[in-house]
Design a binder for this molecule. Sequence first.
Ligand code: LMR
Length: 393
Amino acid sequence: MFDHLKAQPQDKILQLIAMYRDDPRPTKIDLGVGVYKDATGLTPVMRAVKAAEKKLWEMETTKTYTGLAGEPAYNAALAGMILGTAVSMDRVASVATPGGTGAIRQALELIKLATPSATVWISNPTWPNHPSIIRYLGMNMAEYRYFDAATRGIDFPGLMADLATVKAGDVVLLHGCCHNPTGANLDAAQWEGVITLLSAKGAIPFVDLAYQGFGDGLEPDAAATRRIAAAFPEVLIAASCSKNFGIYRERTGILIGIGPADGKGVLQGNLNFLNRQNYSFPPDHGARLVTMILEDPALKADWMAELEEVRLNMLTLRQSLADELRRATNSDRFDFVATHRGMFSRLGLTEDQVNTLRDEHGIYMVGDSRINIAGLNTRTVPILAAAIAQVAG
Ligand code: LMR
């Protein structure tokens, strides 16, 4: 049987982790996978997470199964953090999932279950795992323009022209904030334009929210998702706690389905069914930590303060990289780095330039020239700027 298997294409982001690991140069710089690192290069366990873990160890009395949809308290706390008061909870069904990717996978399976012929629209570019899972599930897929390679901002006319061809019942995957891989994001007026257009088309928005708190703050980063939740009869939201709680390996996510209140029972039943088919009960450790933090005012305040430190640190790095690039290239063509938001910026370098940076300078970034801003520190910012000026100057 196994001799029928074909080699699978490597995931570009994961491939980079291995290449970086195998590089013996002590001066190497990792700007690849989207993991937050502090100035010392460490991905720390957040203070509130540590405190919650200690408390959990003391008070946990059983490790029996959780509910199929996860613990109701987790779903309520996290749905509340994402949606605020934008939509009545009578319309909200949800399941805990193994990470944000688990939520994306379950959402796509739900779409396939409901409408096997639906087309899922993704931004060009998007996180490579989006098209990979959609293809793997054998679903129809289409792309809408998103990024203007010249300005490294949004190609809004292109985006609107492509979304104008969406058909009723098509699903449109949108990054709620901190677009991955570009770092370029819609402003509030542009979001309104997209919402009005997609409403008129009868499309179903599917929001991927993996970086809430990494862009403009916990509340501002949820604003577009909340507007969408309030504006459409049916919405899917896949959210991750990997980044904002720093619990990557705990696999903590949620899939939220918003529909008419009288259909909530059936929607919830289908979400539960899909969990049962794919992995039965969702993981609980990370979900429980998130619940404890969100329900305890002191832990929540400490978590929010640390998340804000993380966000501001990335903003400072962005500004200093933009400043250094200005100096090193004697031009303003990399100023966009300071206005992008989230962990990533797509620099607009060619694949050859990316390869040269890796081979000659030991600087690792994804082949499309996406850098993880959090992989930098005050020492490495000028090194990166000088290397970019040398290869692209
Ligand atoms: C990334 O884009 O680097 C992260 O979302 C990690 C991953 O799984 O790809």
